[in-house]
Design a protein around this ligand. Structure first.
Ligand SMILES: O=C(O)c1ccc[n+]([C@@H]2O[C@H](COP(=O)([O-])O)[C@@H](O)[C@H]2O)c1
Ligand SMILES: Cc1cc2nc[nH]c2cc1C
Length: 340
């Protein structure tokens, strides 16, 4: 559990800093939350791990994305070459970046700076059958779990687990519909760029899938197996393990938040370790955040994924920590707050 005594002490410390109490708004909340999560009065997020899980989705053959499935593989090559948004952000932050391919249609095996776990050439098309077998689900969850254990062994202070996979907003939407008992029309959005006709078709595809799976889905794990993706399961495993190990987890956009909700449903209390970076432009994100009682830090109308919104939030967290740790107290600065 987050340390309640430290949380109270950190709150007290904020009250003594040379500013009107509360004047640094959510920066104060962040510092206090990180203090409680890290069990220290001096929170710090200098050492950041960013892990991106990538995979393909069988449901992409239903024409539910603005981009062809081959883009997943092409983007993994781009990650390997250092040219994607998350590469730039990770370099800016001095963060460790790890890319894990869990199973794509086309092989990326020749790329030496990518980790490969070939669970299949993407998931099965969940309009017709379960997306994953029991073994594939277990392997994907384990991959996420192992990546977090390695991050902890490397003394990382903050984890960002992100994703890349053409079609994964359809998978994440179907999963959120099952977990929240919500209709697809409420949660489905444009993903990487569908127009309104494309969104209507996407809703129809998800409705057909839910008709097949709903009555067989009696647990969040089974929902994940039936309509999830390899990378969404890896994210879920990473979030559960991060919470178990007591590592603060910075959550990115729509797909990441659906995985965070899945983690919370599988392992109650996981969400105590989540910090929500941003409100994605993907329309279903607001609903999923609400279900987690989450208020993200900012809304920049981003909808990229690959952990990018979370990466943008890191410097806010760092500034919150430094303000908490380095500002003078009223007594140290000899500032009297007594009115005449
Ligand atoms: O993170 C988000 O909120 C987000 C919203 C829309 C799209 N994406 C990214 O776009 C891809 C999925 O879009 P789509 O339309 O193919 O389902 C996938 O690689 C995600 O990382 C991500
Ligand atoms: C080009 C592109 C880059 C991405 N990064 C994460 N999701 C993505 C989707 C597309 C289409």
């Amino acid at each position: 559990m987050p340390n309640e005594q430290i949380r109270q002490a950190a709150l007290q410390h904020q009250m003594q800093l040379t500013k009107p109490p509360g004047a640094l708004g959510r920066l104060e909340e962040i510092a206090v939350q990180l203090a409680a999560l890290q069990h220290t009065l001096h929170p710090c997020v200098d050492q950041v791990q960013i892990t991106i899980f990538a995979a393909d989705h069988g449901v992409a053959t239903e024409n539910i994305s603005a981009f062809p499935q081959s883009v997943t593989t092409e983007m993994i090559k781009n990650f390997a070459a250092g040219g994607a948004a998350i590469n730039v952000l990770a370099r800016t932050l001095g963060a460790q970046l790890e890319i894990i391919n869990l199973g794509t249609l086309h092989s990326t095996d020749t790329l030496s700076n990518i980790k490969h776990y070939h669970l299949g050439a993407g998931t099965a098309n969940f309009v017709h059958t379960a997306a994953m077998s029991e073994d594939q689900l277990a392997a994907a969850l384990n991959t996420g779990r192992a990546s977090v254990e390695q991050a902890q062994a490397n003394n990382r202070q903050l984890l960002i687990a992100g994703e890349m996979g053409i079609g994964n907003t359809t998978s994440a939407t179907a999963l959120a519909c099952l977990l929240l008992n919500a209709p697809p029309a409420q949660l489905a959005g444009a993903g990487s760029g569908l127009d309104s006709k494309g969104i209507s078709h996407k809703i129809n595809v998800i409705e057909r899938a839910l008709t097949l799976h709903r009555c067989h889905t009696h647990s969040p794990l089974e929902a994940l197996r039936r309509v999830g993706g390899f990378e969404i399961a890896a994210l879920t495993g990473a979030y559960i393990r991060g919470a178990q190990l007591g590592l603060p987890l910075l959550i990115d956009g729509f797909i990441s938040t659906v995985a965070a909700l899945t983690a919370e449903r599988i392992c109650l209390g996981s969400r105590n370790w989540f910090i929500y970076a941003h409100q994605s432009a993907e329309s279903g994100h607001a609903h999923v955040l609400k279900a987690l009682q989450a208020t993200p830090l900012f809304d920049l109308a981003m909808r990229l994924g690959e952990g990018s919104g979370a990466a943008v939030a890191v410097n806010l967290l760092r500034m919150a920590c430094r303000l908490h740790n380095e500002m003078a107290t009223f007594s140290a600065a000899h500032v009297s707050t007594k009115t005449q």
